[in-house]
Design a protein around this ligand. Structure first.
Ligand code: ATP
Ligand code: MG
Length: 251
């Protein structure tokens, strides 16, 4: 085994030169980073710094990068169709709520499965959906409740369960703790730790910094489409560049 083989075996996701422009705006500007299998990479940054655009460009949902390479387990995935990227093992949740309000919790998860696991029988897909809701701790008694009737924390569990139903190796979570109470944030922290214990690699965008710093192995901070700091969370949040980027914003 060569040194580069050894290095690639410790990298599940390698992003290189990723760029997304909107007209003159470089929302994601030549971003490169690696993610190790099983790690939680926290991603912070002021509003509009390009965090969600980074997730969009990696997953191609809803748009592709303008330039750059995404290697997943050593294979280029940036040219795959979005559902093939998901099937390969990269699943995501959205910053905005993405549940179907009129569908039940279980039907929301089934819909996600049917979009990527074509060919599975309905009965098999129902079992997978039930398992995914169990994995995220969604109460079995509420499987048939319409999403619109559920409190926000449970709707977030439906979103994460829909992603977990794809049996991902990497899960991209975009602000899972937004709009939650402190007690719910603690439950979200426990869920994220559980998913890590199940060997899911996680990229976690979050503005709730105590959650982000407590759960992340490394923290990456973005500003104006670029990475301005990367490393151990405690050191990164004291980095002068990070403090300056957040000036005027409580961190
Ligand atoms: N579809 C789009 N069309 C045009 N501009 C966009 C689009 N999506 C994002 N942008 C712009 O790209 C920049 C980065 O936005 P992005 O949503 O990635 O930021 P963010 O770091 O996720 O912010 P927040 O913390 O507020 O969620 C912003 O200036 C935003 O207005
Ligand atoms: Mg965002």
């Amino acid at each position: 085994m060569t040194l580069s083989d050894l290095e690639s075996s410790r990298t599940i996701l390698a992003v290189s030169g990723l760029t997304k422009t909107f007209g003159a705006l470089k929302a994601v500007d030549d971003i490169s980073f690696d993610v190790a299998p099983g790690e939680i990479l926290g991603i912070a940054g002021p509003n509009g710094s390009g965090k969600s655009t980074l997730f969009n460009a990696i997953t191609r949902i809803p748009f592709s990068a303008t330039a750059g390479v995404v290697l997943f387990e050593g294979q280029e995935v940036h040219h795959l169709l979005p559902h093939d990227i998901a099937t390969a093992g990269i699943a995501r949740t959205f910053q905005r709520e993405s549940v179907f309000p009129s569908l039940s919790a279980i039907d929301n998860v089934l819909t996600a499965i049917e979009q990527t696991r074509r060919g599975g029988s309905f009965q098999r897909n129902v079992v997978l959906a039930e398992q995914a809701l169990d994995v995220v701790g969604f109460p079995a008694t509420l499987h048939n409740w319409r999403a619109a009737e559920l409190p926000i924390f449970l709707r977030k569990l439906v979103m994460i369960g829909s992603a977990m139903a794809l049996d991902p190796k990497i899960l991209l979570l975009d602000e899972p703790a937004s709009s939650l109470t402190p007690e719910e944030i603690e439950r979200m922290r426990a869920l994220i730790a559980n998913l890590k214990a199940m060997n899911v690699t996680i990229l976690l965008i979050e503005h709730v910094l105590p959650l982000l710093t407590s759960v992340s192995d490394r923290l990456m901070v973005m500003d104006q489409g670029r990475i301005i700091a990367m490393g151990a969370p405690d050191a990164v949040i004291r980095d002068p560049n990070v403090v300056e980027a957040y000036l005027g914003v409580a961190i």
